[in-house]
Design a binder for this molecule. Structure first.
Ligand code: TXA
Ligand code: MG
Length: 343
């Protein structure tokens, strides 16, 4: 299959892609978080194709993307008051809400759960595609399972070229990390995955918001099935190095020296401010440590850069966990399988 890339101003091609989407084909599209791999959510066969193409475990449910709130009534059984408030405050935007599902949603979408994750993305191309298709669109991130999520059409092409019909190219994703997932199907709101809408922002709308304890520990079973997989992994082994800045730089440089003596090639993931301070084979900056939004939007591209090199091991600085930094560190901990070296 030849993968066609559609430019963002080609309205005719967008309409064609929307029609193909409705008819059961897969279309990758930009959102403000990461690129999604979309299928008609009401077509079980099309959704099954998503799992095949990505190599995604079948027990990991998908997010339904909608373009108007009127679409939600056929998808969820009821919309509790706190969900209404969040939709009003953050939709369209990088917030996914988990609610009790209706029978209208095929089991394959939710991996057999009685809840469904719903989100209205903010990217105009995403909204237009969903609207033109006339159906809710099931979409995971448009990467091969286990690879960093794609934040550009080039990333999608690198992973899925020849496997899907269309990629809509909307340029780089603004947020760069996947949406926040909040579960409102139980008695208390619980963050299952940190993302673009931070806990601080949620607390401006809701009185209390819990965080799934499994996010901070390796022992608890996460409530979001997707969070249990080793995700976002560069090919080389990755370690986080934590401590005061001067010590971190020294520790990483010592590790680089040691690995070089063992004949290994070493990568370092750092911030813009420190990028001149390392003697590694590949030094990749994820942006200024003072501008965490910048780090978030460039993180996956930085991780993918290491895959294009032959480094055997990667050492990464850690970032401030405030605001979107929580999501940045969540992804970095996963990419490194939680391995932290104290400097
Ligand atoms: O920003 C995003 O959310 C992107 C773009 C494309 O919208 N999508 C995305 O999808 O990240 P995916 O499939 O890579 O991640 C979906 C996450 C997984 O961790 C999954 O387990 C969780 O949402 N999820 C989906 N349905 C759920 C449910 N009913 N209950 C709990 N977690 C659910
Ligand atoms: Mg994903």
């Amino acid at each position: 299959m030849q993968t066609v890339i559609i430019k963002d101003n080609d309205n005719e091609a967008l309409s064609e892609a929307a029609l193909m989407l409705k008819e059961g084909h897969l279309v990758a599209f930009p959102t403000e978080t990461v690129y999604g791999l979309g299928a008609n959510a009401l077509d079980s066969k099309a959704v099954e194709e998503i799992f095949k193409v990505k190599g995604r475990p079948s027990d990991n449910p998908l997010i339904l993307h909608i373009s108007s709130t009127s679409q939600i009534n056929s998808i969820v059984r009821e919309i509790p008051q706190n969900a209404k408030k969040l939709m009003e405050a953050f939709w369209p935007g990088p917030l996914t809400i988990v609610l009790k599902k209706t029978d209208h949603v095929p089991d394959i979408v939710t991996a057999g759960l009685d809840t469904v994750a719903v989100r209205m993305p903010e990217n105009p191309l995403a909204l237009k595609l969903i609207e033109l298709s006339g159906v809710p669109v099931a979409a995971p991130s448009a990467n091969l399972s286990g690879r960093p999520s794609p934040t550009s059409a080039e990333h999608v092409f690198a992973d899925l070229s020849g496997r899907i019909q269309y990629i809509i190219d909307g340029g780089a994703c603004a947020v760069g990390l996947e949406s926040t997932v909040i579960d409102l199907s139980g008695s208390n709101p619980v963050i299952l995955r940190p993302g673009g809408i931070t806990r601080e922002m949620l607390l401006e709308v809701l009185e209390n918001v819990e965080t799934d304890p499994a996010l901070e520990s390796n022992n608890d079973k996460p409530r979001s099935p997707g969070m249990k997989y080793r995700h976002y992994s560069p090919r080389a082994d990755m370690f986080l190095v934590k401590g005061i800045q001067k010590d971190v730089i020294n520790a990483i440089n010592n590790l680089v020296k040691q690995k070089h003596e063992e004949g290994m090639k070493v990568g370092v993931l750092t911030c813009f401010e420190n990028s001149g301070k390392y003697e590694a084979d590949e030094v990749v900056s994820a942006g200024s440590a003072c501008v965490l939004n910048d780090v978030a939007s460039r993180l996956y591209d930085a991780l993918r850069k290491f895959d294009e090199t032959d480094v055997d091991v990667i050492y990464s600085e850690v970032f401030n966990e405030q605001g979107i930094g929580h999501a940045v560190m969540n992804r970095l901990k996963k990419a490194s399988s939680g391995r932290v070296i104290e400097a």
